[in-house]
Design a protein around this ligand. Sequence first.
Ligand SMILES: *Cc1c(COP(=O)(O)O)cnc(C)c1O
Length: 362
Amino acid sequence: MKANRVHNFSAGPAALPLSVLEEIQESFLNFNNSGMSITEVSHRSKWFDDVINDAIERTKRLLKLDDNFEVLFIQGGASMQFCMIPMNFLHGNKTADYVDTGTWSTKAIKEARIQGKTVHVASSSEDKNYSYIPKDIEFTDNAVYAHITSNNTIKGTQWSNFPDTGNVPIVCDMSSDIMSRSFDPSPFGFIFAGAQKNIGPSGVCMAIIRKDMLDLVPEELPTMLKYTTFASKKSMFNTPPCFAIYTIQLVLKWLEESIGGLEKMEILNQEKARHLYDFMDSGDFYKATTEKDSRSLMNVTFRLHDEALEKHFVEEAIENDLNGLKGHSSVGGCRASIYNATTMDSVKALTDYMKHFESKNG
Ligand SMILES: *Cc1c(COP(=O)(O)O)cnc(C)c1O
């Protein structure tokens, strides 16, 4: 067994704050003096009710959501939302705009088309291997929504500013950067995030819905596939993923009470990303794969100047307690995921290792 925890650069499931893991461990057998584990108490109990209420309140405070928004927890991951969004919002001959920034956007488009929905790809960065975020996009005036992916976990790009879609509500996949920065929520009709990148364990997707979007949901959908069910039953029409929601609650508490909110978190994330990109830009041994103004602060994708060395780079990193640096199998190369819970110490350990590797192999 390893004596210490490693530096974790996994893309997801990903690193969680150590203090959160310790709190879970400490209270695991006897949650809040119930004499039971949080995994053993009823989802209808006062104990769990306090947990989910606190998670909702903290989400609203952190993201500055007013009472026009509802916070939901839905199983099936972010991928389930690719199917539920068009099913709930897009009907008849209406159109939705999608911006294709790679893998997850592409999958979202596919799931809408499977259902025979009318999808307009307003812009795509496929021409340059999804290495940038498109600019000056013309959105359709009367689209029901405009779907974007705020951070592209696999391609390593991120919207630094959200696009102006006029009156069209933005539907946004924030799976890999929710709670990493502050933003104005008012142009958003729907935000969703699989928890396992930045806010918790896998098993649940956080969904934030503006209440007027609920009016679009048809009555005749199956109960478990309707946002109205989740909104009217506080995500507890059936048994929710209690443990995952509990962990999210603790991560949100950590964000508020230890970090001090999203403005502070954003500064820390910028510092970590800058440290890593500046290091790579300072030489030619490592090369970021994305265009400078589109670089993700969460998933730093890069190649070695000699791609044949990459396998060795990743393996030797593991021997040095630096885990999860292999790029996604669909793109190859390397990727360091530096989500909220990854510390500057871990990022510095990574650049130290990169320097060392370069000096031996350069
Ligand atoms: C990981 C990821 C998904 C898929 O999440 P699941 O919860 O595994 O379905 C979707 N979108 C983005 C941006 C992701 O990073």
